[in-house]
Design a protein around this ligand. Structure first.
Ligand code: NAP
Length: 253
């Protein structure tokens, strides 16, 4: 039986690159995002590489749409062996004029979007005898950075959520994997200018798939950025605040 992989955020960036990498491997792909036109052309590419794919128009911030997308995947392919939850949004947090509305959008997509998927995927995977759920968090979750505190908070919460659920779910046959990339060049980051330790999306996708195959539970990369963020995490608050005060917030168009 072919493996079935469900990917959210498949219309662009890392999710799109993951689908392209998986296309020639004889895997059935269920590709979800809001922009159906982009998913349709990705499905066409997958078919041209000899793979099988279906496009699922789905806003992950809407629980009913997530439920429907996962039900449609099961109706089409019968099961989901691996779910890669890549859907996410970025965007600056204006500290001086903090607005909940902006933060709510980040939470709805980056955190609740994953929770809605978990609610559908966990019973399904338990019933089918196992599976893997990999969510794309970020090294940015290691510490709140000026300019993107809201985004960092959603990723910190996501990594912590997976940390807390992982052992319990392993005992029930479901593997949770947290993916924490540094900067990857995608439409989300292309307006940032020069990024330290930046990777290309296809390179990041290959690395993620290799480490998933190896059975890693937390996938952090690249090494230098991961080490830097671990250091940031243990810095005392007085020192961290001095560094943060000098840091120029990333400019996002
Ligand atoms: N690029 C980086 O440097 C970097 C670093 C660390 C972590 N990440 C994380 O990696 C993931 C992918 O980011 P990316 O860089 O590939 O960004 P991207 O190119 O902007 O892609 C984001 C994807 O998420 C989808 N998406 C956004 N909101 C959605 C919603 N409400 N419902 C369904 N799909 C939604 C988008 O599709 P539609 O617009 O078609 O819905 C798109 O396919 C994100 O979770 C991001 O936080 C990125």
């Amino acid at each position: 039986m072919n493996q079935v992989v469900f990917i959210t955020g498949a219309s662009s960036g890392i999710g799109h690159a993951l689908a392209q990498e998986l296309a020639p491997k004889g895997i059935a792909l269920a590709l979800a995002a809001r922009r159906t036109d982009l998913l349709d052309s990705l499905c066409e590419n997958v078919r041209q590489s000899g793979g099988e794919a279906t496009a699922l128009t789905c806003d992950v911030g809407d629980q009913a749409q997530v439920k429907q997308a996962i039900a449609d995947t099961v109706a089409r392919f019968g099961r989901i062996d691996l779910a890669i939850l890549s859907a996410g949004i970025g965007g600056p947090t204006n500290a001086a004029d903090f607005k909940t509305e902006k933060f709510q959008r980040l939470l709805q997509t980056n955190l609740l979007g994953v929770a809605f998927c978990l609610e559908e995927l966990l019973p399904l995977m338990r019933q089918q005898g196992g599976g893997t759920i990999a969510a794309i968090s970020s090294l940015a979750g290691d510490r709140g950075f000026p300019g993107s505190a809201g985004y960092c908070a959603t990723k910190a919460a996501l990594s912590t959520l997976f940390d807390g659920l992982r052992a319990e779910l392993k005992a029930l046959g479901v593997n949770l994997v947290t993916i924490e990339p540094g900067y990857v060049l995608t439409p989300m980051t292309e307006s940032f200018g020069k990024m330290p330790f930046m990777m290309q999306a296809d390179e990041a996708a290959r690395l993620i798939l290799q480490r998933l195959e190896r059975g890693d539970r937390v996938i952090r990369f690249p090494f230098a950025a991961s080490a830097f963020m671990k250091l940031m995490r243990i810095l005392p608050v007085s020192l961290f605040d001095r560094i943060a005060a000098k840091r120029r917030p990333i400019k996002v168009n």
